[in-house]
Design a protein around this ligand. Structure first.
Ligand code: F6R
Length: 606
């Protein structure tokens, strides 16, 4: 959802900025731009519509020698996808340049005031008002104070970096509800929306908090609140390696991340399983024992992991669970009760709706928990108790390894909550034992990649799909459909296999394939009956079934097998063929599956 970067130091800024933008392109690829303070003393900017490659082609390398600059990749919110609306945006005198991630909600009001004062606008964006507002404040204040005063008038969200032609070797950055971190180097300083943008240069970072403003120079950084008070900020060391942000021979990040799942899950469970005791170690607090109900809020794929978690926690821990779309949670006036715990799930840890839901719960003094991947992200810092996923960066826009890791961690939480209630040692031991096997079992599913690719080609001419499942695999039907929709732009609908006869069955004919998730679990026979219903109406059928299931070969046109595991863990296996199917389907249609149109990896606007 837009990525910003800034560099101030002794090296040429342009290659550093372009490289950083490349690593953040998943945040937005509608357009991109850079502004560099040149040795001539002037700030020069260049922008291009479309992927970053278009900007790189436009840049004649020798033209940019300066060692202070800012850059941006855009996911359009206000104003169409045009060069004029691309960042960086500037003031009337082309002296103040701004890159921004977020939304300035009162921009129309501010723009009207600035227009009255004679400011001339070039774009339709909300961001441009900030450049003009700073210009206005500069008439009577120094640079830092002008930025501070301008930000005090802004309502909305921002991760912002500002360059001023009259203040060489200085960048001012600020954050409010949009992620931003500083990179600390030797004689150089960085600012970026995402650590992957600066990982090549430094692993020392400072996370900015909401309402903080940072001044960056080659000598270092200073962070203030918007009341001008100096803040004492901690420097953190990043765990992620540069290698993890590369494709390592895979054609796409999505495929690499699908194949990384065994390792990712092994990392999510490392040091957390106690097989003998049938327990898990999650640094739990005593407070968890008093929890009587769990409310879960998340978005998209993370929300669907929560839906699987609901089945796990209710069945095995005997604890009532409610799962909400984070975007709905705040608006339905949720009723909290004594003994509630509020759990947020988020790969990025920056999803605006999830963050807003968490803050709502915190305001009501509810115990909060987070399952988050990105270390130091806002959700990770704000959730009361947290479990990190430890899966390394997920760069493909369609979430894959984050999902299976979230399911695994929810299984760990089920043991944690279950064992502090009625779950027996034997049940705990059985679940722990099966979780340990999951990385290996996923390997066996991945071995069917070539066969799944063939299927994706065979079914590539269809433009509508139904994904059907029951119980633990109902959320997987939704997730399979979501994956196909987002990377191949094909209509796919996830539905309860048992619910299908109450409506969607009317659509079934030879032109509507159904993908059934039908492992040999407690609802197997019921799902088989639903398959018969589709077969009777000539609908093509693909089944995701348990190894050794002979019956299914008579009913389905094509079968993909997954190994046997505990029913509650089947979603971790059954989703993998669906990820591969969607991946190969999208590739066969000629799409860049890592950059699905209209989407962004980290949705930092509500
Ligand atoms: C779908 C997908 C999204 C995210 C959602 C939440 O493949 O990636 O639906 O799951 O935007 O993102 P996080 O987990 O970062 O909060």
């Amino acid at each position: 959802m837009c990525g910003i970067i800034g560099y101030v130091g002794r090296q040429r800024a342009l290659p550093i900025i372009l490289d950083g933008l490349k690593n953040m392109e998943y945040r937005g690829y509608d357009s991109s731009g850079v502004a560099i303070k040149e040795t001539s003393g002037k700030i020069k900017a260049i922008k291009a519509v479309g992927p970053l490659l278009n900007l790189e082609e436009k840049i004649s390398d020798n033209n940019f020698e300066g060692s202070t600059g800012i850059g941006h990749v855009r996911w359009a919110t206000h104003g169409g996808v045009t060069e004029k609306n691309s960042h960086p945006h500037m003031d009337c005198k082309r002296k103040i340049w701004v890159v921004h991630n977020g939304i300035i909600e009162n921009y129309q009001e501010l723009k009207a005031q600035l227009l009255k004062k004679g400011h001339k606008f070039q774009s339709e964006t909300d961001t441009e008002v900030l450049a003009h507002l700073i210009e206005e404040k500069l008439k009577t204040n120094n640079y830092q104070e002008a930025v501070r005063l301008a930000l005090k008038e802004v309502r909305g969200t921002y991760g912002v970096a500002v360059l001023n032609q009259d203040e060489p070797e200085k960048i001012i950055a600020a954050r409010n509800f949009s992620p931003l971190l500083l990179g600390v180097g030797e004689g150089e300083c960085f600012v970026a929306s995402d650590a992957s943008a600066i990982l090549k240069h430094t692993t020392k970072v400072v996370y900015l908090d909401d309402g903080e403003l940072a001044v960056l120079t080659p000598k270092g950084h200073a962070v203030y609140d918007l009341g001008r008070n100096l803040r004492d900020k901690k420097t953190h060391h990043l765990e992620w390696s540069l290698e993890k942000t590369q494709k390592n021979g895979f054609p796409h990040f999505m495929l690499k991340e699908i194949f990384e799942q065994p390792e990712a899950i092994a990392n999510s469970i490392r040091g957390r399983l106690l097989p003998e005791e049938g327990l898990v170690k999650l640094g739990a607090s005593e407070d968890l024992k008093k929890v009587k109900r769990i409310l879960i809020a998340a978005c998209g794929t993370a929300y669907l992991s929560g839906k699987v978690g609901e089945y796990m926690l209710e069945e095995y821990a005997g604890i009532p669970v409610e799962v909400d779309l984070a975007s709905e949670f705040r608006y339905r006036k949720p009723v909290f009760q004594k003994g509630d715990a509020f759990l947020v799930i988020s790969q990025s840890g920056e999803t605006a709706d999830t963050l807003a839901a968490l803050r709502e719960a915190k305001e009501k003094n509810v115990l909060t928990l987070g399952v988050v991947n990105v270390i130091g992200s806002t959700l990770a810092r704000e959730a009361g108790l947290g479990v990190y996923q430890h899966i390394g960066p997920e760069i493909g826009v369609a979430s894959t390894k984050a999902f299976t890791s979230q399911l695994t961690i929810l299984a760990l939480l089920t043991i944690l909550f279950g064992r502090s209630r009625d779950m027996s040692v034997i049940t705990g031991q059985r679940i722990v034992k099966e979780i340990k096997k999951i990385p290996h079992l996923i390997q066996t599913v991945l071995k069917q990649d070539a066969a799944i690719k063939k299927l994706a080609k065979k079914y590539n001419h269809f433009n509508n799909f139904l994904y059907l499942g029951r119980k633990y695999n109902l959320p997987i039907a939704y997730e399979g459909a979501l994956k196909l929709k987002e990377i191949s732009y094909v209509h796919a609908e996830g539905y309860g296999a048992g619910e299908m006869k109450h409506g969607p069955i009317a659509m079934i004919d030879e032109n509507l394939p159904s993908i059934f998730i039908v492992p040999q679990d407690s609802v197997y026979e019921k799902t088989i009956s639903n398959i018969e219903e589709v077969r009777a109406r000539k609908g093509p059928i693909i089944a995701i079934a348990t190894e050794g299931d002979k019956k299914i070969t008579r009913l389905a046109d094509d079968v993909i097998y997954i190994p046997k595991t505990l029913e509650m863990l089947t979603p971790i296996l059954s989703v993998v063929p669906l990820q591969l199917f969607a991946y190969h389907f999208g590739v066969a249609r000629g799409y860049n599956v890592d950059r699905p149109r209209n989407l962004a990896k980290s949705v930092t606007v509500e």
